[in-house]
Design a protein around this ligand. Sequence first.
Ligand SMILES: [Zn+2]
Length: 473
Amino acid sequence: MTYDLILRGGHVCDPRSGVNHVADIAFEGGKIAEVAGDITGPALQEEDVTGLHVLPGLIDSHVHVSGWMGGAAGHRMLALAGVTTALDMAGPIDSVMQIAATTGTGLTLACIDYVRPGHTVDTTNPLMPELEDVLARARVAGAVGLKILGGHFPLTTEASGRVIDLCAGAGAHVAFHAGTLDTPQNLHGLREACDLAAGHPLHMPHVNAYARGFEAPAILEAHEAAQILAAYPNIWSESYLAPINGNSAKCANGVPESVATRRNLIAGGYDPNLQGMEQAILDGWAHIHLLENGVTRLATGREAVEAWRAAQTDIGMSYFVNPADTSINLALLKRDNGRFAVDALATDGGGLPRNDLCQRGLALVHLNALTLSEFVWKTAAEPARMMGLSQHKGHLAPGADADVTVIDLERRVPCLSYGGGRAILRYGAVVGQGTTMIVAPEGVAAAQALGLATYVAQPGSFQPVHRTTADGI
Ligand SMILES: [Zn+2]
């Protein structure tokens, strides 16, 4: 047997398979063929990864790679961060598909499409027939479900509940950035969102966003958020580690469109209008996302104001609003049963410059706060399970997709990555191409029309609920 590739001498860490030792790993036909102490078989290619760690490909369960958020740099930035599979948490789906088709770097990507008044729905209180149309359109266009944008563009409480109800019945993925017209994005919003799920599966994104120290010290709010989530086994959640949030600086009628953008201006002592935004950028409170060398970076001051104006304010931005207390505690906290309080570590990155699974996630491993196995659980095994990919991804057993991220643990950087056996990242250079879109059966045609490879997610395959089987898969 001649293998396609053997990675030799790395430390393989795959908690699902119970592997955590130095071993060779062989790829064949896009799959993992063998993991063993010393693989003798010849290979078309060999790679010496002595001193490096070989992990299941990193899965970022919360990214943005659309023209609305993140932009076209997202695929390149995810590849540079060692990610091999990702979930776009807002769409719009048409833009996500276009960007995937034109700037792909070898990733596997799924997308849920936003429910946004004035864009995909007419009002803040869409009724069931309109929402059914939204979901049907989104699926045909390539999305696997819907995102409620609560904190940014809230719906009524009733409509938010209807979206979850609809997706439960249709077997579609649904995520809820907590917050409604009645309740802001804080622990009250989190509690309300959990109740609105009414026992249905729900993906609760970026738990950090509800525990920024709004009403109590951030560390206490983080613990309270964890306790709230523990009461809802139907809810699956992720948190991030970055100090910055990610948002849009777009203004309409003289004010930022996003409620969150306005709130953060006020938090920095600025008026929530065009003048306040300009001053906040000049002063260095509001950070504009500038594209440079194919990736976005944060910018403030005069150059940032000019870029914001040149884009007619329609440009990404970030604020340093995430307390470390919240981020670190949410990444580490466990429940009484030993499970993590927050299921996964994600980034809310993609085209937003915060793709830090390795940079910050592995810092927790350095501090002995997470074991490397726990890091792999939160960044590969558990997101794979939630996305219905457990059989193929999130582990390195023979027969799994050859999705692998090779890291330099000492330096906290990804060195090599592979998706389906094809190289994505090679020591700082992005070498992958194309995108495999995870789509509902009715989205296959749209993806193929754009030349995208497809992976079909049957209704109900995404399982944003707590695992129940003994081994967790
Ligand atoms: Zn997001």
